[in-house]
Design a protein around this ligand. Sequence first.
Ligand code: SF4
Ligand code: SF4
Length: 337
Amino acid sequence: MKTKSDLNLVLTYACDFSCKHCICNSGPFRKEVMSYEKAVNYLDTAASVLDLASIGYTGGEPFTVYPLLKELMYYANRKYGLPAGVVTNCGWCKSPQTATQKIEELIACGLRSIVVSLDSFHLEFVRLESIKNVVDAALKYNLQITVNTVVTRNVQISKNDAKNLLSISDDLIESGQVTFKEFGPLRTGRAKRVLDPEEYIDTTDETHFNGNCPFIINTPAIAPDGSVYSCCCFGDATKEPEQLIGYCGNSNTTPLHDILVAMDNNLLFNILKTNGPYAILKALQKNNPNLTTRGRYLTNCDVCIELYHNKEVKKALQAFLKSLSSEDRKEAKICSK
Ligand code: SF4
Ligand code: SF4
């Protein structure tokens, strides 16, 4: 049986904020926007190849292209019955009325879940009341809500603080309607350039990053330039997208259908799915005892940064994939012995 997929459309890299920890280097200076025609083509093709469960609309800030966001949600919901999720910084929300109006409009187009951020990085640009107004409107209409909090050693707001600042009851968390997540920034994009390496709360405790990846292949993302990735954590695609995590190809030069089929069969992606990035890194270290690695990570995604952005590790990874036996390749395992 095919696994359900959640397709993500990166509608734009434009954003009214320029958060220090932004992995995709978004900001007001970014102009890339996905066209409606291309997005519809992506939706139609993805619906014919994947067993889609939902469409996520992300960015940048998708509310900076609100008419596009609304029309695409409507299209995917009416044609394929697909529910939508949106990731937003809430900067568009000027009052409780704006929040209610926009949430009502999007619910009519298929919106069923929303992801907001509440942390010290975003609060440099957005008022707490704006986030609270959006969350309150989403609660009123029973949307699934996720509140993300990015933490570093220097910032003050934790996910428990976020819960208190938004006055969310334990009942709402226990019922599953509201989820709070706390994680560190990824070492890519603006975060890598701007944040002090000492700020990252990395650790040698493997329990934080030793697991398989449930997202790769199952949550593919398409960027405004037509690049396709097998997960959403690829980072700053301003240049050399083919060097980024999970790059699968560009739909302007290769049919999206073929890219998605190849993604599903990609050896590395399948090993990440079954074994996880840390299992791969350990296998590389076993084969190459002198490999220089950071040795401290925050999450699975942070280990992927090591696999893709540490040149020495990437070279060892490519050699390792070539050396796998046909049995291991078939089962997407690291080693059959
Ligand atoms: S983290 Fe989000 S809100 Fe901040 S600049 Fe990046 S896209 Fe915009
Ligand atoms: S662990 Fe790697 S493959 Fe999985 S979501 Fe994170 S970056 Fe993507």
